[in-house]
Every structure is written in C-alpha cells, then in structure tokens.
Design a protein around this ligand. Structure first.
Ligand code: IYR
Length: 223
C-alpha cells in the first residue's frame, strides 16, 4: 500500500544573521577539531543517560527512504565485553600476522595499532552498530533498504560527534571480519555489523598519535 505524502510546517528551522552563522560555524569547527580517536580508556563509569541522549541524536540522521536502517547495541556487561575482546583479538592477531597485505600494515604504522585491544574491556561502553541490510514488514515479508552504508555512516558520524560534544572519547574500531558480533549479541542475519564504537573517559595519561588533518584547500574545491 502506497501512503500519500502528508506535510507539516517546517517549525524547527532556525536562521541566523550571516555574522552569527560564521561565528557558530567557527565555534563548531573548534569544538570538533578537539576530537581525537582515543585508544586508552579509564574504567570510570559514564551515566547511561548520556549514552541514551547521544544515541537518540544519532537516530535523527537522514536515511534512504527514511528507513533508519541501524541498530545500536550498548554493551556494558563485563562478561560480554570480555567475549567481544577475545573474539576481536583473534581476528586482529590474524590480521597483523599475515592476514593484511604489507601495504595496509604500512598505512597503519603511524597509528601504532596492534592486535592487543584492552580498551574493549576497560572502556565502560562498547556500542556495536549494526546496518539493517533489509527489514521485515508488518506481514513478515522482507522490505528493501536503500543507501544502507551511507545512512549508517551518517548516523555513526552524528553519534561520534554527540559523544565528543558530551565530553566523552571514542574509538571507531573495525575488527574484520566481525560477524562474531551477531553471535555474541544475538542479532539477526539481516543486520550486518558496521563498526564497534568504544566510548568512555580517556585514561588519565592517554596519548594519541601525532597525526594531522588535511587543510581545507586540500579537501575542498570551490568553482
Ligand atoms: N582493525 C585493525 C586495523 C586497523 C585498520 C584501520 I583502516 C585503522 O584506521 C586502524 C586499525 C585494528 O583495529 O587494529
């Protein structure tokens, strides 16, 4: 059954005078420029309400046909975190010891990553992000999703930014393959693990790689 479009007024839009727009844009840039991917975490607890707010923010992302093809599993149970760490380290051991082509390992050299992932147990929360390749309709039949990678990528970007804005550190972790997440977290086969987002307070003396971002003139062209 096709549903006819129904419209409501755009009530939530806010326009700012150009000078204020510029100030807001610069302020936001300064805020996100402080974000760093962190691999050393404190085990200090984080209020669950903060995670809930950030997930709800992620859920506002645009998506193909507004199907919202994502599911977030928030893991804080130490036993489940330990199982995820063990499975991820199995995959990473294979990756770093012959699985990955040398070119890939060379590209990662500046990050100093290896197969040891203690943060998967130390950090208070692991958020496993799943992409729904298809959904089930009211009659139980399969409903196709559109632009799934794009949609879940955008939602993940908002989630990372929301967590950063709230005062938490994050790590986008991508053990490959990560099908073990379906099994450990009991997710159905229509959901594909997209990535594992680690979040919490950084460890007290956390260090990050001395890497930089490309300047604007390298990442954008105006014509
Ligand atoms: N998944 C591995 C390897 C890795 C891959 C990329 I691309 C990175 O930017 C960082 C790490 C790991 O987590 O160590």
């Amino acid at each position: 059954m096709l549903s006819a479009p129904r419209y409501v007024p755009l009530a939530s839009y806010a326009e700012y005078p150009p000078a204020e727009m510029e100030r807001r844009a610069a302020g936001f840039r300064a805020e996100v420029t402080r974000r760093r991917t962190v691999r050393e975490y404190s085990d200090r607890p984080v209020p669950r309400r903060v995670i809930e707010e950030c997930l709800a923010a992620a859920g506002t992302a645009p998506s193909g046909a507004n199907h919202q093809p994502w599911h977030f599993v928030v893991v804080s149970d130490p036993e489940v975190k330990a199982r995820i760490r063990a499975a991820a380290e199995d995959e990473e051991r294979a990756f770093y010891n012959g699985g990955a082509p040398q070119e890939w390992l060379d590209a990662l050299a500046a990050l100093g990553t290896d197969e040891h992932k203690p943060f998967l147990e130390t950090a208070p929360y692991l958020i496993a992000i799943f992409a729904e390749r298809y959904m089930f309709g009211a009659d139980g039949g399969r409903v196709k999703n559109y632009y799934v990678q794009e949609s879940v990528g955008i939602a993940t970007g908002i989630l990372i930014t929301a967590l950063h804005h709230a005062g938490l550190a994050t790590l986008t972790h991508t053990p490959s393959p990560m099908n073990f997440l379906n099994e450990i977290l009991g997710r159905p086969p229509n959901e594909r693990p997209f990535l594992l987002l680690v979040t919490g307070y950084p460890a007290e003396h956390a260090r990050v790689p001395a890497i930089t971002k490309k300047p604007l003139n390298e990442i954008a062209t105006f014509r």
